[in-house]
Design a protein around this ligand. Sequence first.
Ligand SMILES: Cc1cc2nc3c(=O)[nH]c(=O)nc-3n(C[C@H](O)[C@H](O)[C@H](O)COP(=O)(O)OP(=O)(O)OC[C@H]3O[C@@H](n4cnc5c(N)ncnc54)[C@H](O)[C@@H]3O)c2cc1C
Length: 497
Amino acid sequence: MAYNVQTPLKSAAKSLPELEQRVRDDLACLCYPPANWVVPTASEERVHDVVVIGGGMCGLVASFALIGAGIGNIRIFDRNQPGLEGPWLTYARMETLRSPKQLTGPAFGVASLTFRAWYVAQFGNDIWATLDKIPRPMWMEYLCWYRKVLDLPVENDVEIKMIQPEGELMRLMLAGDGAREKSVLARKVVMATGRDGMGHPSIPGFIDGLPQKYWAHSSHNIDFAALRGKRVVVVGVGASAVDNAAEALEAGAAEVRHLIRRKEMPCINKLMGIGSFGFTAAFPQLGDARRWQIMNYSLRTQTPAPRGSTLRVSRHPNAYFHFDAAVEKAQLDGDEIVIETSQGKAVRADFLILGTGFGVDPLARRELDGYADKILLWQDRFTPPAGQDNADLGKFPYLANDFTFLEREPGQAPWLANIHSFNSGAAASLGKVSGDIPGISEGAAWLAREIAAKLYTENFDQYWQRLLDYDTPELRGDEWTPSPLPADTETSARKQA
Ligand SMILES: Cc1cc2nc3c(=O)[nH]c(=O)nc-3n(C[C@H](O)[C@H](O)[C@H](O)COP(=O)(O)OP(=O)(O)OC[C@H]3O[C@@H](n4cnc5c(N)ncnc54)[C@H](O)[C@@H]3O)c2cc1C
């Protein structure tokens, strides 16, 4: 029987408390959480089996998966305040998510944890049927509920400044109002640090020398009200560029001009179109050449901005899309920015917004200071064939199958095998399972499995001893009576033959 996304849920919970009870019942049926099986590490200071950095969507589902795998001695830290994890209420400026509403995202196979169950419990099936896309702030509300109903112990206002090796362990240096300690020890670290969590916002060189008050990256905190009556240039035409243009227009900007390097608008969302469980499962098993081929193609063809976001801009008569207009230079002329383009014509503006996205570059991560240059990158490992050069892709870390970093030179930084890069930097090696909504539960399940296997094999001797020591009888000895063989059975049978 095929179920449609609009097929009404016949026994849907009628309120959030009712749904929360259903979640608890489901977890009870799934025996969640199982007992913690990990042998404690002997040490004067508490050693956490796993520390998860980031309480955004990936950090939450990774933690749920780890606890569900019987790894209970974990801590989860996020530098933001509760409810402000990730981009959703900070720098994301779209009206709705791009993702289709029915994606199961972080639900991890538990139907009562889906966005749909949460939405229908509050608004009912009929409103669900009319919902087109998920309003952006509502997605954050859902993630907050997910964290609450699963009782995930995220510690907010705690920033991990550095991750340093200490013997077999990792020491994480903490800062922020929420920090209860100066540092903590962990066996494994999960960097669920987000879209820019293995790199940085991309800031093109042409901005050098332009004072900061004249420009911002789309991920910065922008005072849109101050752009009222101003001429704004937005560099790029991807989703963030378009969302920022829309915000500026709605705040009353005099004009907004997109300066776009491409000759044409990218219109097809390639990877979204071909997404499937097969792709998710196969990607990490493809050889380097095929993984590079796919990622390079995806980065080159570019993900278009969603239709609704683009219309949100173009319904303003003072919005302009200038194609084949790469920015070559941006400088001040008095209080005006003069932006020279590849067309030989300059555009004058009062404020410039970079919708240039994020780059992956482990060297930019302060958490890895002192050894980031020892991480193996794709550019160290793979030489692309002619026509597939891509310097940006070359900077992605070349990860092991368990999301950990590999060493550029074996023996130089063996502790890298304790740091799991569960963020968008993993895409080139392992596919889209540690960032976007569609593949996130598969990624979390995979991560938890790999960490569990590692924690176990590293302490194999202790688990072997547990096996030897285990002496709780399943049978007590009163369940059977031993009997002697009947006399002459064999001989009488032979005689008859
Ligand atoms: C504007 C925007 C719109 C998007 N829209 C969609 C969409 O519609 N559909 C989709 O599938 N994907 C979308 N994505 C991609 C992806 O789903 C999001 O980036 C999502 O937030 C990823 O979740 P995450 O947990 O990996 O990262 P985040 O949600 O960014 O969470 C990472 C967390 O780590 C914390 N952190 C980082 N470093 C540290 C540190 N050193 N110490 C302590 N805390 C730290 C941060 O505070 C942050 O809260 C969008 C991304 C952006 C940027």
